[in-house]
Design a protein around this ligand. Structure first.
Ligand SMILES: [Cu+2]
Ligand SMILES: [Zn+2]
Length: 179
């Protein structure tokens, strides 16, 4: 086995230089656009930030909640249909993004709807860092940045990913506008 290692290393070198020669310069490989927005609580205070990168097959959402931002534990997290976080209960954000009348829930056989996301875990200090993906696009047809935008809503309780309409996630406690 060990005698083949130098040859493998050599092949590796050739492969690497070949790839380098064919790739366009780094500047030309344009990084995906990142949409960023504050996440606010019911009092309108900023408690964190969201960042979304859109790709061909999925978007990737990052959520960062600062210490003291939310109560510790699991919290349901969804994309809601309207980009409006202006009222304290965040009801202006309407229901989940759902263009085809799917049932709610990542674990529901008749789901999920397009707003469904994994739960967010908030640590003992009230902070959270998470990265999740969604097949719902940010841009284009059926995307989060449609005419009235969308909102990232964080709920008081855990989403069970099964029951209607929101998996028992309870009140809306934080909101970030996506427009
Ligand atoms: Cu929700
Ligand atoms: Zn849902």
């Amino acid at each position: 086995m060990t005698r083949t290692l130098p040859l493998l290393a050599l092949l590796g070198t050739f492969a690497a230089s070949g790839a380098l020669a064919q790739e366009p310069p780094k500047e030309a490989a344009k990084a995906a656009e990142t949409y960023e927005a504050p996440i606010k609580n019911a009092k309108g205070d900023t408690i964190g930030r969201l960042a979304i990168r859109d790709g061909a097959n999925a978007l990737v959402l990052r959520v960062a909640i600062q210490p003291g931002g939310l109560p510790p534990g699991w919290h349901g997290m969804h994309f809601h249909a309207v980009g409006d976080c202006s009222d304290p209960k965040f009801m202006n954000s309407k229901a989940h993004v759902n263009h085809d009348q799917s049932k709610h829930g990542l674990l529901n056989a008749e789901g999920p709807d397009e707003g469904d996301l994994p739960n967010l875990y908030v640590g003992q200090d009230g902070s959270a860092q998470a990265e999740v993906s969604s097949e719902t696009p940010l841009n284009g047809e059926g995307g989060l940045k449609d005419g009235d935008g969308s909102a990232l809503i964080i709920h008081a309780n855990e989403d069970d990913h099964t029951t209607q309409p929101i998996g028992g996630a309870g009140d809306r406690v934080a909101c970030g506008v996506i427009r």
